[in-house]
Design a protein around this ligand. Sequence first.
Ligand SMILES: Nc1ncnc2c1ncn2[C@@H]1O[C@H](COP(=O)(O)OP(=O)(O)OP(=O)(O)O)[C@@H](O)[C@H]1O
Ligand SMILES: [Mg+2]
Length: 326
Amino acid sequence: MKIAFVGKGGSGKTTLSSLFIRHLAAVGAPVVAIDADINQHLGAALGLDDDQAAALPAMGERLQLIKDYLRGCNPRIASAETMIKTTPPGEGSRLLRVQEDNPVFDACARPVELDGGTVRLMVTGPFTDADLGVACYHSKTGAVELCLNHLVDGRDEYVVVDMTAGSDSFASGMFTRFDVTFLVAEPTRKGVSVYRQYKEYARDFGVVLKVVGNKVQGQDDIDFLRAEVGDDLLVTVGHSDWVRSMEKGRPPRFDLLEDANRRSLHMLQIAADATYELRDWERYTRQMVHFHLKNATSWGNERTGADLAAQIDPGFVLNERLAATV
Ligand SMILES: Nc1ncnc2c1ncn2[C@@H]1O[C@H](COP(=O)(O)OP(=O)(O)OP(=O)(O)O)[C@@H](O)[C@H]1O
Ligand SMILES: [Mg+2]
């Protein structure tokens, strides 16, 4: 299952993604964790110290390798240079699987040991001075989108993505790449405004959107969220002393997390698992083609000097059976 955490800046995306990742590790599930925010905090939230977090390889700096590997021998993609973030896989492309070793994971993923298990962590990479005014930062998150479009995850496998604040992901097709999107919202008007915007974009693409209320202090907060987002409210999480201790650099054992918050994490897993039956690989593939064509005409064709529509393999549908055979 592919799961995104989105929401307003400071709402708790990184905190809740990291808790969910810790929960999955504790129940023994295979996890690829991805920090798709240019302000990289997921590593720290998973317990890495500053040096360890700084040493994480940036996906954005390994685009060439990622493209070369994923392109494989796909005859429709002439070179890595003509491969853009939305270039879809086709016959001959290489796919990624959650539990395998491959050159992309070797180059971009690092193991992080958590209570109960080890997860793979991948990071987009920080925004550097060199990026300012030169490359738009979408070229960095583009590496994540490219990987998601070539990734075939099965039941009981999890890819958890901590997304950038606000609705930047609408500029690409990134927001359609998930089985479920958890929108983290504080019980404030600003907190739910991002929800409204997301809901609007999501509607036409069949995006499954669930609200996770965060920093909720009492019934009034719950009533407010319920009134604002209705049945989209999945669970709420209160202030966590466990999180506060971790932020002080003294992470307690994960099994000491507050019971109510643990139950909320379990509910998130149940909600994510339930989306497996709703999966539609045909639609998933169609949407990547849709966004590829959009990007091709708006900037890709001009930038690469190629007709990027020709990269689309009309007979290709990404699915789990392919992952077993290709
Ligand atoms: N349930 C919680 N209990 C205690 N502290 C929390 C909780 N949720 C979030 N926080 C704290 O609130 C702050 C913001 O949270 P976090 O960094 O997870 O937000 P974010 O949405 O990822 O922010 P950004 O948009 O900057 O990436 C952090 O200091 C975090 O520890
Ligand atoms: Mg964050």
